[in-house]
Design a protein around this ligand. Structure first.
Ligand SMILES: Cc1ncc(COP(=O)(O)O)c(C=O)c1O
Length: 439
């Protein structure tokens, strides 16, 4: 077999045993060059009167990832005070962040929020309550606000659980309530200089286009002070070979044209903002797991690997698919779903983790049943490498389930060096906050 590399990062199969030897398995792997290239692609998106790109840090909040992204010139979209504080602890100033959150900060958190806003954090009002809570402070400090609007339609996500524009989604000030909040702001002399909509993650790019039209419509009707319009994140990434990735250039060209038409109609020049997470990091990531057991049953052949749902919960949560590569202990690439190679001699295996859940598998159907993966038959000790795991893997997994420790992470640098960026948890970290009490 001649193929030696796989996936969008052209990962050399020989690196897999090398990484496993140095840092053990399971382990997360990231690729600096891939992340930087996706940042550049986004920054080069066509635009009319300027483009501002924020990285949605919920996709992967690791400090090294944040530094790679912000060094390339992206700012941050934070979804909680804790995220903002975490990014700040990584050295990123609050002035490079926008907060779009469901939280209504009170008490100490309120004090913390005010300090962050004074330090330059942009506050994106997501509800009437949030507006009422921040209005006096914003007025007293002459702070302009952003508003997240629930568009009331035209939502789009890869699944219903990731559609934030539908009637089942509670994110943002609903379009029906915008006139009320706007009137309250006008009375206080407060300005909304930015309008924001995020319709969902990984949906049909056509929905993204529809949102541009809709959003510019209500920017015109309700937001005379807006100078920036954010179309949110949600740019679709192709993780599996058959999937179609969002065409950044074409979406940018569409937005550019619409924003230019808006200028022709209103005389107003709007800066465009976007805040992708998945697009920046998803395909930069792999999880390297080791096969610890094999069970051949009459119904299904199982490979048990040393990391599953506690590392990557997307298959169980959304039925998401991730490409699988099988690498031998000597670094030979046995099969790769990325390249659909080889095409013959493959066997079907259910690939499962170590957790006590029948759904702890890398591939499941909509009913939660395991879907076998066609791979070259490996031995115990060989590696199952799971691709497309740079986003919403280590940042959103039910880590420590079954008391498994959160694995470490490694970054392959632009120069090709392997650098550990996070250590594996030690056992005591799993239970360090538990108290010895006498009941
Ligand atoms: C407000 C907001 N912006 C941006 C994103 C990033 O979405 P994606 O990772 O699909 O680009 C999300 C994801 O949930 C979000 O909620």
């Amino acid at each position: 077999m001649t193929m030696k590399q796989f996936g969008p990062t052209r990962l050399a199969a020989t690196l897999i045993p090398e990484i496993a030897r140095q840092w053990g398995t399971p382990v997360y792997l990231h690729d600096q060059e891939y992340i930087e290239n996706s940042c550049e692609q986004l920054l080069n998106m066509p635009n009319a009167y300027g483009l501002h790109v924020r990285y949605a840090m919920k996709a992967n909040s690791d400090r090294t990832v944040l530094r790679v992204v912000t060094n390339k010139g992206l700012d941050l979209d934070c979804s909680s005070l804790d995220e903002a504080a975490r990014a700040n602890a990584a050295g990123i100033p609050f002035s490079r962040m926008m907060l779009t959150t469901q939280e209504v900060a009170a008490g100490e958190e309120r004090t913390e929020l005010e300090a962050m806003i004074k330090a330059g954090l942009k506050y994106n009002v997501c509800s009437m309550t949030q507006f009422q809570q921040i209005a006096d402070f914003a007025k007293a400090n002459s702070i302009d606000l952003s508003m997240r609007v629930h568009p009331g339609a035209a939502g789009g996500g890869e699944s219903a659980t990731r559609d934030t524009g539908s009637e089942y989604s509670c994110f943002g000030v609903h379009l029906n309530d915008v006139p009320t909040v706007k009137a309250m702001a006008d009375k206080l002399g407060l300005r909304f200089t930015q309008v924001h909509v995020h319709i969902g993650s990984g949906g049909d790019p056509e929905k993204w286009r529809q949102n541009i039209d809709r959003e510019l419509g209500f920017v015109k009707s309700y937001f005379p002070d807006a100078t920036t319009v954010s179309f949110g994140g949600g740019l679709k990434v192709a993780r599996m070979p058959g999937e179609k990735q969002a065409d950044i250039a074409s979406l940018g060209a569409y937005a550019k044209q619409r924003i230019e038409e808006f200028k022709a109609e209103t005389g107003r020049e709007l800066e465009m903002e976007i805040e992708p997470g998945t697009f920046v990091v998803a395909n930069s990531g792999h999880i390297i797991t080791r096969i610890i057991d094999k069970k051949l049953t009459n119904e299904l052949n199982f490979l048990i690997v040393d990391g599953g749902m506690e590392l990557l919960t997307r298959p169980l949560l959304y039925g998401s698919e991730h490409p699988i590569a099988i690498v031998r202990q000597d670094g030979t690439l046995l099969s790769s779903e990325y390249d659909c190679t080889p095409t013959a001699g493959l066997k079907s295996f259910g690939i499962v983790g170590r957790c006590c859940e029948s759904g702890d598998s890398v591939r499941l159907d909509n009913d939660g049943n395991i879907v076998p993966v066609m791979i070259a038959e490996p031995e115990i000790g060989d590696y199952v490498v799971i691709g497309g795991t740079g986003a919403y893997s280590e940042s959103m997994s039910p880590e420590n389930y079954n008391s498994h420790r959160k694995p470490g992470a490694v970054m392959k640098t632009r120069a090709g060096k392997l650098v550990q960026i996070r250590k594996k948890q030690v056992r005591a970290q799993v239970y360090q906050n538990e108290l010895d009490v006498t009941l």
